[in-house]
Design a protein around this ligand. Structure first.
Ligand SMILES: [Cu+2]
Length: 125
């Protein structure tokens, strides 16, 4: 009888441990998603941006920033039609995309052989 109580307690404790662990993982992911929701980070590496096209919903307000991923070259981001230049480590720039149109994203720091063709597009739809 005593043995069954011990086994039951062990099983209950194990289940509780698993529930608490998965709950903690879930909360951690939720927090990261909330932080990223309004951020658009242009990641530059090896004379390319991480996406050829950045799709944005019309009416969205996003905090734009950039960073260089480990790799070749140091890059900046320029979106001429928005009058914006982004440098790594700088505060994000908030932009509301009211118009359905596209914007060309280029590197504004002469960074070597691939500089002239380093480009991406923001598509607001
Ligand atoms: Cu460049």
């Amino acid at each position: 009888m005593h043995k069954w109580i011990m086994v039951s307690l062990f099983v209950i404790a194990s289940v509780l441990g698993i529930v608490v662990t998965f709950d903690a993982i879930g909360q951690h992911e939720a927090v990261e998603e909330v932080e990223d929701e309004n951020a658009l980070v242009f990641k530059a590496v090896n004379w390319n941006f991480d996406q050829e096209e950045y799709i944005i919903e019309k009416g969205q307000t996003l905090k734009l920033s950039m960073r260089n991923l480990p790799g070749e070259g140091k890059h900046h981001v320029k979106i001429e039609d928005l009058g914006i230049e982004l440098l790594p480590g700088e505060e994000p720039v908030e932009v509301t995309f009211d118009e359905a149109r596209s914007y060309t994203v280029i590197c504004s720091l002469p960074c070597g052989d691939g500089h002239e063709t380093m480009a991406s597009t923001i598509i607001v739809q």
